[in-house]
Design a protein around this ligand. Structure first.
Ligand code: APR
Ligand code: ZN
Length: 242
């Protein structure tokens, strides 16, 4: 039985499946990754853009970088990996998608059993009073002043140095501990605590599969490595799943 067929059978037999995704799953949609050659951290310095002190120092610079990313993402469509993962969710007993991505492409593809570890780029919350705006402010070129306290709204993403939402992290951690099949897809596995989910799943007895053409920091600790792009592999897996 070939690898894909065997994995499809594993999904059918599994009590709980967790899929953990990173920027690589959106690469084929045109959303830049962070650490690939030509990725965002190749061109920009995260310390200048993706943390609170950078925003307080130069709100316009940071805001405009996120506006650029939002507009780019809005012109992207979910790819075969997002679509196949949404279908697998529908056809699998107990399935959870845990993503590091903030682009919303999993949700646009139809995934609903999802936890977003690093937030959502289209959510805006006040830097000081936490007021949540229900607008994505895509059309605002300059930072938007908070209706309640006069500070600025900031993107609802987790910046370097910030804690993840405790509830989202706890649910994701428990899912990794309790699953018997865990896919790590399109992530360099270099950012904590998200990347620890892979070793948590492995230590808890799950069969761990990595889908990444280049491998990752987690490659040595997984059970199976699929060196294929996610947008090719997951549609094939869905066909084998039947
Ligand atoms: N299919 C599968 N994997 C891919 C594909 C693809 N088509 N294209 C690239 N990859 C892999 C790369 O080999 C790389 O290992 O995706 C990974 C992307 O790694 P990063 O750019 O580091 O993205 P990610 O792991 O999601 O980063 C985690 O870091 O900067 C923070 O908050 C940011 O959520 C992000 C976190
Ligand atoms: Zn405020």
């Amino acid at each position: 039985m070939n690898e894909i067929k065997a994995l499809a059978e594993r999904i059918k037999a599994a009590n709980k499946v967790v899929v953990f995704t990173g920027a690589g799953v959106s690469a084929a949609s045109g959303v830049p990754t962070f650490r690939d050659p030509g990725g965002l951290w190749d061109k920009y310095r995260p310390e200048d853009l993706a943390n609170e002190s950078a925003f307080r120092k130069d709100p316009s610079l940071v805001w405009s970088w996120y506006q650029w990313r939002k507009k780019l993402i809005l012109n992207c469509e979910p790819n075969g990996a997002h679509i196949a993962l949404a279908a697998l969710e529908r056809d699998t007993k107990d399935f959870l998608l845990v993503t590091q991505n903030v682009d919303g492409l999993h949700q646009r593809a139809g995934s609903s059993k999802i936890r977003c570890l690093h937030g959502d780029i289209f959510i805006n919350k006040c830097l000081d009073c936490g007021d949540l705006s229900n607008s994505n402010f895509v059309e605002f070129e300059e930072p938007v002043t908070c209706n309640k306290c006069g500070s600025f709204y900031r993107p609802g993403v987790v910046w370097f140095g910030e804690s993840l939402d405790a509830g989202v992290l706890r649910e994701s951690w428990l899912a990794a501990e309790r699953c018997d099949l865990f896919f790590s897809v399109g992530t360099a596995a270099s950012v904590q605590p998200a990347a620890s989910l892979i070793s948590v799943a492995k230590a808890s007895g799950a069969f761990v599969v990595e889908v990444n053409p280049n491998g990752s920091y987690a490659s040595t600790g997984v059970d199976m490595i699929i060196k294929r792009p996610a947008e090719e592999f997951f549609p094939d897996l869905l066909v084998a799943f039947g």
